[in-house]
Every structure is written in C-alpha cells, then in structure tokens.
Design a protein around this ligand. Sequence first.
Ligand code: AMP
Length: 569
Amino acid sequence: MSTLASKLKELEELTSNAKKIQDDMLEEILKANANTEYLRRFLHGSSDKKLFQKNVPVSSYEDVKPYIERVANGEPSYIISGEPITNFLLSTGTSGGKPKIYPTNNKYFEDFAFFLALSSAIISKYVDGVQEGKMIMFLNTIMLSTTPSGLDLAPATTSYAMSDYFKKQPSKCYTSPDEVILCVDSKQSMYCHLLCGLVQREEVVSMASSFASTLVQAISFLETHWKELCANIRSGHVSEWITDLSCRESVSAILGGPNLDLANLIERECIQKSWEGIITRLWPNIKYIRSISTGQMSQHIPTLEFYSNNLHLFSPYYAASETFFGVNVNPLCKPQDISYTFVPNMSYFEFLLVDEGINEEIVDLVDVKIGCYYEPLVTNHFGLYRYKMGDILQVTGFYNSAPQFKFVRRKNAVISVQVETTTEEDLLKALNHAAHVLESSGLMLMGFTCYSDISTNPGHYVLYWELKAKKTNGIVKLDNKVMVECCCVVEDSFNVIYKTLRSKSGQIGPLEIRVVQQGTFDSLMEYFISKGASASQYKAPVCINSPAVLAILEDKVLARFFSDKSPPV
Ligand code: AMP
C-alpha cells in the first residue's frame, strides 16, 4: 500500500474508534503524569478517569504559568510532565495579548509531521497529479532563543523546521531548499522562496503557507521585487543583499545560469496592469493553494481568489502550540463550509459548552451535539490539563465517530464600547460586506484591525484599513462617498444590541474608518516579530488595545471617514 493510502486508512481507523482511542489516551497521559507535582494535588497518584473529571480543575494560562516557568527556569520536568520536556514553544499570542510559552517534546513534532502527511494524502485523493510536482512553501524560521535552563524556545513552525522530523519529512517536495526555510532573515527568505519558485515554475503544482496572510504578503512582496527577481534570472546571479551564505549558495545552484527567456516571460506577466490571476499566470500548472483560511484568516480569501483566479483554497487543519486538533477531510468545499474533523490520538479533548445560563457543562469528544458551540479543553502529554483553548467551535457533523467542528472565533477577540459585544465573527462578516463596496470601486482590503475608542463621548469603533488598488501600481483614490458607505455597511452588519445603542440611545458614536498607508500592516508585523512572534505563524490582531501598537497605526493614518447615518434596528 502506498504511503498516501496508508495515511488515509489510518484516518479511517482513528475516526472510527474515537471513543476508545480517547479513553486510552487519557489513561496513558494520567499513568505517565499522575505523580507530577501538578496532578498529585488532585489525583493522589490515581489514573482513574472519573476522579480526573471530578477533581482536576479547568485551567487557564495564568493557572499553569507558574509551573511552566519553573520548568523553563531549570526545575525538573516532572513538576508538570512524566515525560521529559525538551522544547518550549512560543505561541504567537498576538490575538490574546502577551506571547505564551508551552512545554513540549518530540511527540509534538511527530504529530506535526503526521498532520502534514495526512493533509497531503487528503488533497491527493481529490486533485490528480499533486504528488508529481513541487510546492512553493512559504515557510520560514526565526532565531532560536533558549530558556534559562537552556532548552530551545521558538514558535512551533520554527521548532519543527529545525527538528529531525522536518529533515526526514517524506512528503516534502518544495521548490525551496531547506537553507531558505532555515534562513532567519524573513526578507531574504521570502525573496529566495520567490526566486526558487519562479525558476521552477513549470514544476509547481501547489503553493502553501501556514496561514493565508503569508500568501498575501508574498504576492505584495513579489509586486515590489519582480523586476529585481527577473534581473537575477536574466543574469543568473543572486542579488548581493542575499548575504546568508548557505541560503545564497543553495539558491544560486537552483538558479543555474542566465535564463533570458524565462526572465522575459515573467516580466511580460508582471508588467501587466492587472494582477488578477497572477498566481495561475506565473505558475501555469498550479492546482491548489494550501493555507489556513478560516477564522480571522477568512478576510484574505477574496484577495487570494483575485490573485489566483479562484483556484482551490485548501484550509488543511486546525492546530496550535498546545496540540493538533483536526484535519479538513473535504478539501474542495466552499470556504464558509470548512470544518475540521478531530483526530483522536493527538491529545485528550473535552468540550465546555458555550451557552449562557448553563453551568459549565463539560462533555467528551464523542458526546458533543451537532449545532452546539464549545470551547475545547486540552489535556496533552506535556503538562496541560483541561486547558481552556480560548477558541469557540461549532459542531457541524461527524466523520465516522469523530466530530467535525467549524472554527467560529477566538473567545477574547471582541470589541465593545458599551454593554454590547461585537465578536471577531461579527467583524469579519461586516468586513465581507464592505469588501463588496470596495471592490466596485477597484479597491482591495489588504489589512485590517480595530479598537474601541472610548476617549470620545460617546465611545465609538475605529477600524484601521490598509487599501490597495486592484490595478498594479494603481493609486488608491479615496472616494468620500464610497468610504462613508463602507462605514455604514459595517455598522449595518452588526448585531441588534450595537444598533440599538448606536441608533436609539446614542450610546455609541458613528463608526470610523482610518485608512493607513500601504505597508502599515507589514510594519505592525515587524513590530510583533521584534517582540518574539514568528513570521510564518503571525496573525494580525483583530482588535488592538496596546498603546504601542496604536501609536504605530496612528502614525500612518492617511484619511478618516465616519458613518453618516444610524443603522436601522
Ligand atoms: P499558535 O499557537 O500561535 O499557532 O496559534 C494557535 C491559534 O491559531 C489557535 O488557538 C486558533 O485561534 C488559531 N488557529 C489555528 N488553526 C486555525 C484554523 N484552522 N482556523 C482558524 N484559526 C486557527
């Protein structure tokens, strides 16, 4: 049996035996960890499931932080974990505030490799020929740091790329050599990814990144660097500013010698006024794009569709630094229908019902109910017990006996100036509506974030937008009528409480859109990277409350627009 077929068979077996695998998983975790300092207080050495459910409390990062930090500072792993902790993962944490660190070991990297292999097997079942070509994989790494105890501390993608599991990954058929992925300078790495991808354009069958935002950045980068890339291809010489030696050497080898025809061909495509379908034009054999495009990443779907002529966008899995959760077994479904089938051998999963009025009901993986909203609780192998993920999911169905979940939103990503709460989901829906208005005037939304300005009376919502003209090098012409219309459309999409407070009692002021200069969201990313976030795991924060971040945005504001009418309730 081929590796792909065996992976699909494994998926069938795992999802058909979800209950038993989950029970065995909890038993295995408790047997290994019942005597840790953390669990002993609650279980007194027992590995009984009932006792676990009764005695072990649901935990948040603040609860486990002191234990995690003790291990990071050099105390033994068994404070939290029976198995040795060998690495710490730095979660981007940009949507929730400060970066968090999570203990882990090789099992995490094994699971990472398994999820990647599973995703390849799933897409191969639906799209022919994807195994025969190469993938442009925009994966990069940041400089490793270490904990006071000397263990590696890095984002999950960096840690994985530096692990042996990545080196040996069988499904890895990337256009970029490992040296480009391991280059810690994000600009050099991005340039080289594009150069390698362009040189091997005929062989490329897919394009990927962890999160969809990275692909939008890659296209913007291509827009500003295509002339230089063409010059490199024409001369057969890599630009001097690529100073990372191993990166430079490996890319030079791929570049081979001068290639005039290829340089002319790429130039002919890039010089065109419209970049609609640029991805399919530059990579004529591309069959799909693989990138997480649910949750806050959904705001990038229209842009990617535009650049790729509506190529299949496969959102492969739902995963975090804490654990891997589920895979998308229906890769060609519409973006709004994407669900993730939980894979039961990753961690022990429980679900906290999200329903006001009901007391903290917690159910097992196989007992969730279709249509209900839950927050997942994770008990993993590395010291997290009944840990609240802060994500809200909705059950959409079952695949064999494993439930499937739609990612709804981050729990804490809400904006509010009064008693109303506007969720990430509300904001993204509103943006989608406004995107249609923008589109009709030839503009695209490239970056977005918001904050509640309560310095005005009444307080109001401020949305920061980075806009771009659909035509290349096109100038963003801001039409007051269009922008005010966008403000109104956004408000109109909000919930009834917002509209009542805004229209009837005047407790919320007119919504404001502040248009920022191009490149602002890149500066924002650079700021977060300087604070320890990784470029490939980076997600622009949906809501902002840090004065430092607001200052970066305020510095780049070009124009302000306000809603000019109250939304009908
Ligand atoms: P990190 O640990 O920094 O990789 O961030 C993990 C978080 O990213 C999760 O808790 C989710 O909020 C978000 N995330 C991961 N996968 C997805 C997905 N498929 N769709 C939406 N959000 C996701």
